[in-house]
Design a protein around this ligand. Structure first.
Ligand code: FAD
Length: 501
């Protein structure tokens, strides 16, 4: 377990083999792979674990059909093998899910092109899971799907997860191998020296500062990577947004891949934690990374346009949207100025003097990304990297989390089951602010209307009991949390955006 949040002074009393900066899936993966090799590891995160991109993805542990279509066989194969590994190692958190790809007359790809792609996709994963689904079965599985030109669908499988729970799971595993982690701890500067690397830490909650010493530093700060890398800028931040709507308004049991009528981009419509999730968009994100990204009015309209063209009877509107969620993808820029959707999704590792930066890539391949970063930092050699690529288990400790916490296909917990989940998280997961609990450790703020307003009294009692908050602290946390929900996750009136999604 993560234990108590340490003070910055206590962290400075120790010498570390490795300091990992960034508490998203990349940093958590690096900490896990280092700690299980006996390296004395510290991870620091400037906000909350998974506060960055790793709580805002499409939640798919997948090979990615788009990558195979782009001819990126290596990335697809690595992703598929990692998918299969995670399905085996974390069956409570990474769950196989059927996908349906509707095929329409005169539209690309047709049935046979999809069959070839899916044959290769399954072959690379070492499974055989795709099949043709006739039109009547599609109508049953996706009620209300537009029948115009519909010939049937290709069915295949990939996997879904809860991305921020996956980060927490990796952190718990790292901690069970002795790693320490601290949220709300910013790495303000990294300075290589003759006797190791100095990392200047600043406790964001109380302003305390101290310098810790490490043999190596891995900068795993995703979209923020250029700030600490000390090299030329490489990251092209791109925003992607999702909408959550009630399952009753758009019941889907498969993950549907449907084409947007405006630009023929594939968009997913899928079941997730008892709601229907729709996304994503793909846009350059020139806004400041000091603030949470927001799903713009233009993106909401773009996603509503998609859903109402695919499900014309559903009449989904703003009134149906429980919440929105925007994330910033750290894309390693090709420098060619191509359309955001066409940039490659590979990760990159660069740096020297013991300070290594890693950015880009996917949630799915976090373990392989971590191995690359550790090799670049000189903490493992090429032989070990190659051995680890296929062998060994990343997750070998049990975590006694409550049943179905973070299960992507479980219905919303209620009553005693919900209280049990919240109490466990408060006892074990370094919850520091109210939004940690409601937007990342659990997703209640995204999944229940008005930021889970209906259960906030129960949450208050639990926070007082478990975290020792008094009335003043609760009021402070509540107004901060409600402000965050209103600004970044709701469908509050937004300025009409000039840029189309
Ligand atoms: C819309 C969208 C959909 C996606 N869908 C998928 C998908 O379905 N499947 C998939 O495999 N991948 C998907 N991805 C990609 C995946 O989410 C990202 O590749 C991954 O989450 C990046 O993780 P990360 O740890 O590198 O970055 P982050 O999760 O952003 O973590 C970096 C962290 O570093 C912290 N930080 C920054 N500066 C400092 C500092 N100075 N000190 C301390 N901490 C600092 C930040 O606060 C942040 O929490 C998607 C991405 C987006 C945007």
């Amino acid at each position: 377990m993560l234990g108590q949040r340490p003070s910055v002074q206590s962290l400075a009393e120790e010498n570390w083999d490795l300091v990992v900066v960034g508490g998203g899936i990349t940093g958590a993966g690096v900490a896990l792979e280092a700690a299980r090799r006996g390296k004395k590891t510290l991870l620091v995160e400037q906000r909350d674990y998974a506060w960055g991109t790793s709580s805002r993805s499409s939640k798919m542990v997948h090979g990615g059909l788009r990558y195979i279509a782009q001819g990126d066989i290596k990335l697809t194969r690595h992703s598929l093998l990692e998918r299969e590994r995670l399905l085996q190692e974390l069956p409570e958190l990474v769950v196989r899910q059927t996908y349906l790809f509707p095929i329409r007359k005169g539209k690309f790809p047709g049935r046979w092109a999809m069959k070839v792609i899916l044959w290769l996709y399954d072959f690379l994963a070492g499974i055989r899971d795709h099949r043709w689904v006739p039109i009547m079965e599609v109508a049953r599985r996706a009620p209300g799907l537009n029948r115009a030109g519909l010939k049937g669908a290709m069915s295949y499988t990939d996997a879904l997860t809860d991305d921020s729970r996956l980060v927490m799971r990796a952190l718990h595993e790292a901690a069970s191998h002795g790693a320490r982690a601290c949220n709300y701890m910013e790495a303000a500067a990294v300075t290589p020296g003759a006797d190791g690397i100095s990392v200047q830490l600043r406790d964001v909650l109380n302003g305390d500062e101290a310098t810790v010493k490490a043999r190596c530093v891995i900068n795993a700060t995703g979209a923020w990577a250029d700030r600490l890398s000390g090299a030329d800028a490489k990251v092209r931040p791109q925003r992607g947004s999702h909408l959550f709507i009630p399952m009753e308004r758009l019941p889907v049991s498969d993950c549907l891949t449907v084409m947007h009528p405006r630009d023929q981009r594939p968009v997913f419509v899928f079941p997730w934690e008892g709601r229907t999730c729709i996304g994503t968009t793909d846009l350059d994100h020139p806004d400041s990374l000091n603030f949470e990204p927001v799903c713009t009015r233009a993106e909401i309209d773009y996603l509503l346009e998609l859903i109402n063209s695919q499900f014309p009877q559903a009449n989904i509107s703003d009134a149906d949207i429980i919440s929105t969620m925007a994330g910033v993808r750290p894309i390693i820029a090709s420098g060619k100025g191509v359309d955001p959707s066409k940039e490659r999704r590979d990760h990159a590792v660069w740096g020297e003097n013991g300070v290594i930066t890693v950015s880009g890539g996917k949630l799915t391949t976090f373990r392989l990304i971590a191995l690359d970063a550790l090799q670049a930092a000189g903490l493992i050699d090429e032989d070990e990297r190659e051995r680890s690529e296929t062998g060994g288990k990343a997750f070998s400790h049990a975590v006694a989390a409550p049943h179905r916490l973070g299960h992507p296909l479980a219905p919303m917990p209620e009553g005693e089951a919900l209280r049990e989940q919240l109490a466990w998280v408060l006892d074990n997961e370094m919850v520091t602010r109210l939004d940690d609990l409601l937007l990342r450790r659990t997703r209640l703020g995204n999944l229940l209307p008005d930021g889970a307003a209906a259960i906030l009294e129960d949450v208050r009692a639990l926070c007082m009991d478990k975290l020792g908050w008094d009335d003043a602290r609760w009021q402070d946390e509540l107004s901060r949390y409600q402000d965050i929900v209103q600004r970044y996750y709701s469908v509050a009136p937004r300025q009409a955006e000039a840029s189309a999604a």
